[in-house]
Design a protein. Structure first.
Lengths: 338, 267
């Protein structure tokens, strides 16, 4: 399959497929739900901007399913592209986008926001801010000692992750167990119920800009993945490049957590799936991770809102479906695709 | 391009690694850097392409101090083949060689057609274009070393630094690597600087030798002048003879430890 990307015509076909899949998945997701809508109605609703269909169909599509579907696409794409970038620059296929503590930081921000205010916007902002703060703190600790900065970064990330995980527990501990605690706990488990356009207006530009920077730098990740010394000998300013990539992946992941809560396993799993089909070259891997990640999380979210009469939190499904799937991949291939 | 080094000192913290190293390498020359483990051979190579900064002394390329050159500029002038070649993800050989083009590609760009051609030419120079689609991690040691050389060549440098390019290779692959290096110096006028633990290779293949002696100045000159029984015995701390094994060719010499205490030389 690796040679498939190399010959131009089949490479073009793969690119086209990756481009078409997310909109197709989105269209499909608009049909599925407790109130099923025929695909023809969905198409005519979108074609006429809601004019040609009944009020209730219009409302289900445009007010509920479309913003939620778009959010799932964005979060899946963002977590996956960040995960692929982090696996590349940390030279380790087992790291996810949260290796530097961003998820715990953002989780703490959101929990604090939910504890102190009623405003979703404030908690989203706090989630984003503390995600970035956690990673900045990890980078700051790592920079104090310059040699072997990669190992130092990972260790500092683990430290910040532990600190913010403890702070999350502290917020839960002091939260009112009748009202606030359940909200915080459900939020931390991840989910997209109730996501509206105003949440997207905040998160979408951040995810788009950060992902665009990662896409622009994707070939450089090949260079960095050979290690600091080799990359410098090829003429790279590795420190600047690494922090540009960490910075972009961090704002993307923080915005994703602010939008959807802590959704595990996507940023780790999706790059592996992409690598299995298309090889390890990050020029191909990053765009492919965006497409596959977007479709994957959208599919998971459809299951989350339709499988039972109540919502299933996203992180439960991503781990419950993702982890065994990953184990199956491992046993099938022996991890050979990495 | 001529690379010249004068009075170089280097320490890690308070530990002096090497002292008073001076030499120069002209286009078409191979310099072998030889010396005991820990004498600072690899450290010296890392100074030459700016990965490490020496305490004192000067390194110039065509009379320009390398400290005045940017990372990218150095990357285009000086190719580097590290001692260990690690690849976490198993890139294809071609993608691996293409990475050597980094210094020619703008930060936000991907490799263009000229880069693909340069990588293709570099693979041809080491004679491995037929494995271009293989996984780098599945290559034999000899092939991996040649691919690493091709990766350095993809940048089209004037000088190439190699850290023990023949270590861990069988004699066939040692000869393959040395043959490629000779083609580059003789045919394309590159300068090659390599560290090695093989005095035989230094005699056979190099125009100059730098013998690094721990705690003392480096000895630099043509191999037969620098590597005498006296200097080699002193530097390594064992008695050795230097034996000529082909009377027609003065470069055919080998260093033999005096197992039985019969120190003597045939010149």
């Amino acid at each position: 399959m690796r040679s498939a990307v190399r010959s131009d015509s089949s490479g073009g076909r793969t690119a086209l497929l990756l481009l078409i899949l997310p909109p197709v998945f989105l269209l499909g997701s608009l049909c599925i739900g407790r109130f099923p809508i025929m695909i023809a109605d969905v198409v005519s609703a979108i074609g006429s901007a809601g004019q040609a269909v009944e009020e209730v169909v219009r409302s289900v599509i445009f007010s509920i399913r479309l913003p939620r579907g778009l959010a799932a696409l964005l979060v899946g794409a963002g977590l996956s592209v960040s995960g692929a970038a982090f696996q590349g620059i940390f030279r380790n296929p087992l790291v996810g986008p949260s290796i530097l503590g961003v998820a715990q930081g953002a989780g703490f921000g959101a929990a604090l926001g939910l504890l102190l205010t009623e405003s979703i916007l404030v908690s989203n902002l706090l989630a984003f801010t503390f995600g970035v703060v956690a990673v900045m703190a990890a980078c700051f600790i790592a920079l104090r000692k310059s040699d072997n900065s990669l190992l130092m970064l990972v260790l500092s990330g683990i430290v910040m992750g532990a600190v913010f995980a403890a702070l999350i527990s502290l917020v839960k501990y002091v939260a009112d167990p009748e009202e606030k605690l359940p909200t915080i706990v459900y939020w931390l488990m991840g989910g997209l119920s109730g996501v509206g356009y105003k949440d997207l207006v905040f998160a979408a530009p951040i995810i788009a800009i950060g992902s665009a920077i990662l896409i622009a730098l994707r070939w450089r990740i090949n260079v960095l993945s050979l290690g600091d010394e080799a990359a410098r000998s090829f003429g790279e300013d590795t420190r600047l490049l690494r922090f540009a990539i960490i910075g972009s992946a961090t704002i993307v992941t923080s915005a994703c957590v602010a939008l959807a809560g802590i959704v595990g396993w996507v940023g780790l799993l999706v790059p592996h799936i992409a690598r299995m089909f298309l090889g390890p070259n990050h020029s191909v891997l990053l765009p492919a991770s965006i497409s596959i990640g977007a479709c994957y999380l959208l599919a998971i979210d459809v299951v989350a809102r339709t499988a039972t009469s109540a919502e299933i939190p996203l992180s439960i499904l991503t781990a419950l479906l993702g982890a065994p799937f990953f184990a199956w991949l491992l046993t099938k291939t022996g991890g050979k695709w990495t | 391009m001529t690379l010249a080094v004068s009075n170089l000192d280097f320490s890690f913290g308070t530990q002096r690694i090497f002292t008073d190293i001076s030499f120069s390498v002209a286009p078409g020359e191979i310099l072998s850097v030889i010396g005991p483990n820990g004498a600072g051979k690899s450290t010296l190579l890392r100074c030459l392409n700016g990965l490490l900064s020496p305490d004192h002394g000067e390194i110039t390329v065509n009379e320009r101090d390398i400290r005045s050159l940017g990372r990218k500029e150095l990357g285009r002038m000086i190719g580097y083949v590290p001692q260990r070649n690690t690849d976490t993800f198993g890139f294809s050989v071609f993608d691996m060689v293409l990475i050597g083009r980094a210094a020619h590609i703008d930060t936000f760009s991907a490799p263009a057609e000229v880069d693909h051609q340069a990588a293709e030419r570099a693979l041809q120079l080491v004679g491995l274009q037929f494995i271009r689609d293989k996984n780098f991690n599945q290559l034999s040691g000899g092939q991996a070393q040649l691919v690493a050389i091709a990766r350095a060549l993809a940048a089209e440098p004037d000088i190439i630094l190699l850290d023990e390019p023949t270590a861990h290779l069988d004699i066939y692959n040692q000869v393959q690597v040395m043959r490629v290096l000779r083609q580059l110096t003789d045919g394309k006028g590159l300068s090659v600087i390599m560290t090695t633990h093989s005095p035989d290779h230094a005699f056979l293949f190099s125009s100059k030798v730098l013998l690094m002696q721990p705690g003392r100045e480096g000895l630099f000159g043509p191999p037969v002048d620098v590597m005498t029984p006296e200097t080699v015995s002193r530097v390594y701390g064992i008695d050795v003879s230097i034996v000529r094994y082909d009377q027609q060719n003065p470069a055919c010499r080998t260093v033999v430890p005096d197992w039985f205490g019969t120190a003597g030389t045939q010149r």
